[in-house]
Design a protein around this ligand. Structure first.
Ligand code: NAP
Length: 199
């Protein structure tokens, strides 16, 4: 299974580190081009390569990790995402107030899913601060929890498997509407570092 990232910033780097350590091949992409990414990908070893957004979008599972303002344009560039899994790590934040954007009745991941036609969107990796996400998922006597939400049961099962291989404890919060509300920016999971104690 191949993994791609759209965005190569703090969250994408944290994610890629754990994915590469778990043995996955990852193509990272960014806005400013592969030259700017060469040094970054080298830090992760031979499993990680720099590519264009189009190349990263060919992977089976794609981490979306870009500013909210860029999301719609990037996702609409592809007419169909052909059943690929998009891991939506984005947060809809108003700057400079750093408050949740008013999205009306929709959660941000429902908006992502509407823009990414044909994709199976699973919200993940948006609630934990990047430096914490980058650190060892084993903490104390437990594992760091990554909460997920989505409307496709098979996609969520794949993501839970991926999380397990990366060393995280995945917890399914429900649909993009209900779970998405819980894990959306400003909701109860925002910024929380939750550890699942292992018996
Ligand atoms: N930082 C956190 O602690 C944190 C925690 C949870 C969720 N989030 C969310 O995760 C997302 C990413 O945050 P971040 O902190 O990782 O951001 P970041 O460090 O600022 O990196 C953003 C990345 O997005 C890339 N990018 C921007 N526009 C793009 C486009 N049109 N096409 C392709 N790539 C594009 C940038 O490319 P260049 O490198 O070429 O500029 C950069 O690599 C945001 O939605 C944020 O709200 C962040």
């Amino acid at each position: 299974m191949k993994i791609g990232t759209i965005g190569a910033g703090r969250i994408a780097k944290a994610f890629t580190k754990h994915a590469a350590n778990a043995g996955y091949n990852v193509i990272m992409s960014n806005k400013s081009g592969t030259d700017a990414l060469d040094a970054t990908v080298k830090t992760f070893g031979s499993k990680v390569k720099a590519g264009t957004v189009d190349e990263a979008s060919e992977a089976d599972i794609i981490l979306l990790s870009i500013p909210w303002t860029e999301v719609s344009e990037v996702l609409h560039k592809k007419k169909s995402w052909n059943g690929k899994i998009i891991l939506d790590s984005t947060n809809a934040i108003s700057f400079p107030s750093f408050k949740p954007l008013d999205l009306g009745e929709k959660t941000s991941s429902e908006i992502v899913a509407a823009a990414a036609q044909g994709a199976r969107v699973v919200k993940a990796f948006n609630t934990i601060e990047a430096a914490t996400l980058a650190s060892d998922p084993n903490e104390g006597k437990g594992k760091r929890v990554v909460v997920i939400s989505g409307d496709d049961a098979a996609a969520k099962a794949e993501v839970l498997q991926l999380l397990d291989k990366m060393g995280f404890a995945g917890i399914d919060l429900g649909s993009l509407a209900s779970g998405g509300k819980l894990q959306g920016f400003g909701g109860p999971f925002t910024g929380n570092n939750i550890i699942k104690i292992l018996k």
